[in-house]
Design a protein around this ligand. Structure first.
Ligand SMILES: CSCCC(=O)C(=O)COP(=O)(O)O
Ligand SMILES: [Mg+2]
Length: 245
């Protein structure tokens, strides 16, 4: 690790969140416990609302449950949410509900999105150099906007040109990266994807997207093969843009 030159054809940097811009510990020890501790109360309080019914409808369609009376339905949804979270499932249904639940936690100042300290200065530099910057996370677009809108660095949403979540496809499928490129209006090799997860890096690379694997405190370790195969960075400041001084 040290300096990683960004290929000249790269026009856009696509960022993962958990383990890349943000400590895994913040997601696992603050955001996820908030859902587990509050999901039952949240469903009771918001049950009649259209948004909540849409979220529940998505989760129930996925789990295949039928018609039951209210308390049992709520309990079934709560159990399903806990079960999915115990496996760190990245389903769109779970991520939509989580995003809606975190709204209150952020808006009341109960939670602030944590971001590694090198992230904001590096993105500002990339943007000055003409680079577009996008987010691609399993967390819903709404959850992404909350995290960066109510972050420890203030509202930094202006730093991003767009957001993608699992609605465009799973992060471990190469087709998702082709769809993102099409949506941005560039070729897949005009994008550099930064992630902590080798399976995601592999899928992006299969689509001819440039990748670097990010090593952050608390991230899962890499195998020796992964360490020697992928370009690695431990801070965004290690990226060297051709036009940087
Ligand atoms: C967007 S904040 C919530 C993070 C989350 O739910 C998640 O699954 C993180 O996944 P990522 O793709 O950013 O590693
Ligand atoms: Mg990640």
């Amino acid at each position: 690790m040290g300096v990683l030159p960004v290929p000249a054809e790269v026009r856009a940097i696509l960022l993962d969140i958990e383990g890349t811009t943000t400590p895994i510990a913040f997601v696992q020890e603050t955001l996820f416990p908030y859902i587990k501790d509050n999901v039952k109360e949240y469903l009771r309080a918001h049950w009649e609302e259209e948004e909540c019914q849409r979220d529940v409808g998505l989760l129930r369609k996925q789990s295949g449950s039928g018609e039951e009376e209210l308390e049992r339905v709520i309990q079934a949804v709560v159990d399903n949410v806990h079960w999915q979270m115990s496996l760190d499932r990245k389903t769109t249904a779970l991520k939509q509900l989580q995003g809606h639940m975190w709204r209150a936690a952020y808006a009341t100042g109960h939670v602030k999105g944590e971001i590694f300290e090198d992230v904001v200065p590096a993105i500002r530099k990339w943007r000055e150099a003409g680079m577009k910057v996008y987010i691609y996370s399993s967390g819903s677009v709404e959850a992404q906007k909350l995290l960066f809108g109510y972050s420890t660095e203030g509202d930094i949403l202006e730093l991003f040109d767009g957001h993608f979540d699992t609605k465009i496809g799973p992060k471990v499928e190469s087709e998702s990266y082709r769809r993102i490129a099409a949506s941005i209006g560039c070729a897949t090799n005009n994008i550099l994807f930064l992630t902590d997860v080798p399976r995601e890096a592999n899928a992006a690379e299969e689509a001819d997207t440039h990748v670097a694997v990010v090593i952050r405190p608390g991230n899962a370790g890499l195998t020796d093969d992964e360490k020697s195969y992928y370009s690695l960075i431990s801070s965004f400041t290690e990226l060297f843009l051709p036009s940087s001084t």
